[in-house]
Write a protein that binds this ligand. Structure first.
Ligand code: ATP
Length: 294
């Protein structure tokens, strides 16, 4: 069993500034760092650290080999990441003194995947395998069609949410993973109870994981409705909590664990993640998650 994750890889360029740049201003940054990011890369890293066999399908610039080395160090197979002319997807992030941010996002190579690349990436995949996708690359409809032909199970985390684009894709997936805001946007509702009812009414065939931040997560599927409360921790930074949850929970579901156990694994990993600063570097290793659950 393997998980093929069609997902973004971003370079997050973080500039610390006294205030956000104003029109016409040239502002010196007081600190600068480049970190690996993108929902796709984060979820692959979470899957890899959870111990899943994960193949990342994506694209970056020819100049960014270090990104692949970082992903491999977490157990991610990067043979299906194309290296193209032009820029990798990247974010220019200004962080001010109040920890507010202002971001320019350039999708770059993340939007230049081809059907041929996706087809050859899935050449060895079969009915025991999973396809995972978010909404930060192109090629989603092609990937769903090809995965369906080969009998893969399909998990979709339509983030960032663009409801009109996500709705037609959701009809063809097996597992939908959304947070509260995404669930409400997708269903055009204003509270989470109404969103849950609309999702179960509109997509009766779907298994759904609805993540509720500090409230935990709800699963709805053929087994019924189950809720896992979040673990109580002192949160310092919730960045990548969702990606960590998805990686660990899907790794467990793909191993055949029942939803409640998978949600416990995802919830424990995400709880550890929120106690640490940062994105990919705050995703815990499997031994840390196992120790937390003891
Ligand atoms: P993000 O965008 O911050 O990465 P998200 O909005 O996609 O996250 P959430 O629903 O906020 O996803 O969180 C995902 C999971 O992480 C939750 O279901 C929960 O298990 C865990 N989690 C999030 N926040 C906390 C917290 N403060 N304490 C403990 N667990 C948390």
């Amino acid at each position: 069993m393997a998980i093929y994750n069609l997902g973004s890889i971003n370079l997050d360029h973080l500039y610390r500034v006294d205030h956000f740049v104003r029109p016409g201003e040239t502002l010196a940054s007081t600190d600068f760092q480049t970190l690996l990011g993108g929902k796709g890369a984060n979820q692959s890293i979470a899957l890899g650290r959870a111990g899943a066999r994960v193949h990342h399908i994506g694209a970056i610039s020819r100049n960014d080999d270090w990104v692949l080395n970082e992903m491999r160090a977490s157990g991610v197979d990067t043979d299906r990441v194309a290296q193209l002319d032009g820029a990798s997807g990247h974010a220019i992030i200004q962080l001010d003194r109040q920890a507010e941010n202002a971001i320019i996002l350039y999708p770059g190579a993340n939007h230049r995947l081809t059907r041929e690349q996706i087809e050859s990436s899935l050449a060895d995949a079969g009915p025991d395998d999973w396809l995972l996708m978010q909404h930060e690359t192109n090629g989603l409809a092609d990937a769903i069609e090809l995965a369906r032909q080969k009998g893969l199970s399909i998990a979709f985390n339509p983030a960032p949410m663009v409801a009109e684009a996500a709705r037609p894709l959701i009809r063809d997936v097996d597992l939908l993973i959304v947070n509260e805001v995404e669930a409400m946007d997708l269903t055009g509702t204003r509270d989470i109870k109404a969103a849950e009812s609309a999702l179960t009414r509109d997509y009766p065939q779907l298994r759904i994981l609805l993540t509720l931040g500090r409230e935990g997560v709800v699963y709805i599927g053929p087994e019924g409705r189950e809720q896992q409360l979040a673990f109580q921790v002192d949160a310092v930074d919730t960045t990548a909590a969702g990606d960590t949850f998805i990686g660990y929970c899907l790794a467990a579901l793909a191993e055949g664990l029942p939803p409640l156990e998978a949600m416990a694994s995802g919830g424990a990993a995400a709880a550890l993640c929120v106690t640490r600063l940062g994105a990919a570097q705050s995703i815990p290793r499997r031994d840390e998650v196992d120790a937390f659950l003891q």
